[in-house]
Write a protein that binds this ligand. Structure first.
Ligand code: HXC
Ligand code: NAP
Length: 263
């Protein structure tokens, strides 16, 4: 795997909301490998403790629900108090399940919007005065469904679309002190998200058919995108959403296959 140079994030403090499993834990681990002091948070305290142990010595694994502003604010106060003002904040907590609109109660829709969109507002709103300013970098984890609608995903499509706009508004309001960007992962192997959204062979195939690169993404590849966005290499990049998705959202990949067959 390509990598950024050792020590790139030495002396930096990074907090990853929803960093206790999957893609976000991969991001947290990579930040730590590159020298950052890292904290992660999720609802389940045991899972948070395991994640901290997996990240390495000195990492903090805290429990807090991003839907509860006071709770997540308290978590971030603790992070800044113990590890120092935050240079990097990732908002990645998410909830998801497949359901048609008519199979979704008002509470079901609200729950996903609350975790994904309101949670991102709470994390970013709550971290501002705990950031290293100027210089901090915020990253929200969004998804292609924010742009390309997907049946059975009304809650997540709406929430992630809201996140995309929140990223842009915050980039405007908080530039030039703070950069705010997003990462939009494609289907990433061995994740809870893929397990939930592609539970059977036919659905997996439908996802696969969309991918120009013709393979699933890897957690490590999303982590490298996060490192890029918070590194000096991205110093003039704000308000953008980086697709790390093998070209899943650019168009009709089946036409690409057709083209290959014609030459
Ligand atoms: C219909 C459902 C449902 C389902 C839950 N609900 N599952 N409705 N079909 N399969 C309804 C419940 O009946 C309830 O409504 C409401 O949703 C809230 O459910 P709770 O279980 O009380 O909520 P909570 O305990 O807060 O758990 C939240 C959760 C859960 C989202 C439902 O699955 C969770 O904790 N998920 C976190 C992990 C996760 O989802 N990771 C994958 C992220 S993948 P009623 O009316 O009965 O009270 C991802 C991919 C992105 O985000 C790509 C696409 C954008
Ligand atoms: P995951 O393993 O389920 O990670 C979700 C994390 O969020 C967990 O740490 C979970 O811990 C935490 N969390 C959930 N609800 C929370 C809440 N209310 N408060 C605080 N923390 C909460 O999922 P994943 O598949 O790796 O997805 C990670 C991110 O990538 C998500 O933003 C997702 O939308 C995005 N994404 C994933 C894919 C994919 O292929 N997997 C594709 C596109 C986008 P607790 O359960 O302990 O709270």
């Amino acid at each position: 795997m390509t990598t950024f140079r050792d020590g790139l994030l030495a002396g930096k403090t990074a907090f990853v909301a929803g960093g206790t499993s999957g893609i976000n834990l991969g991001i947290a681990k990579r930040f730590a490998e590159l020298g950052a002091k890292v904290a992660v948070a999720g609802r389940d305290p045991d899972k948070a403790a395991h994640a901290a142990a997996a990240i390495g010595e000195g990492a903090l694994g805290l429990s807090g629900d991003v839907r509860d502003y006071a709770a997540i604010r308290g978590v971030m106060e603790r992070v800044a108090g113990e590890l120092g003002p935050m240079d990097i904040v990732v908002s990645g907590a998410a909830g998801n399940f497949l359901a048609p609109v008519l199979g979704m109660s008002a509470n079901a829709f609200r729950t996903v919007v609350d975790i994904d969109l309101n949670g991102t507002f709470n994390v970013f709103r709550g971290c501002h005065d705990l950031l290293v300013r100027p210089g901090a970098s915020l990253i929200a984890i969004t998804a292609g469904q924010a742009v390309n609608a997907s049946a059975l995903q009304a809650h997540a499509c709406a929430a992630k679309a809201g996140i995309n706009q929140l990223i842009r508004v915050l980039a405007l309001e908080w530039g030039p002190e703070v950069r705010v960007n997003g990462i939009s992962p494609g289907p990433i192997a061995d994740t809870e998200g893929m397990k939930r959204l592609a539970p059977d062979a036919a659905t997996r195939q439908a996802h696969y058919d969309r991918i120009a690169m013709k393979r699933w993404g890897r957690i490590e590849e999303v982590a490298e995108s996060a490192v890029f966005l918070c590194s000096p290499a991205a110093g003039y990049i704000t308000g953008t959403i980086l697709d790390c998705d093998g070209g899943s959202q650019i168009g009709d990949a089946s036409r690409g296959d057709l083209a290959k067959g014609m030459v």
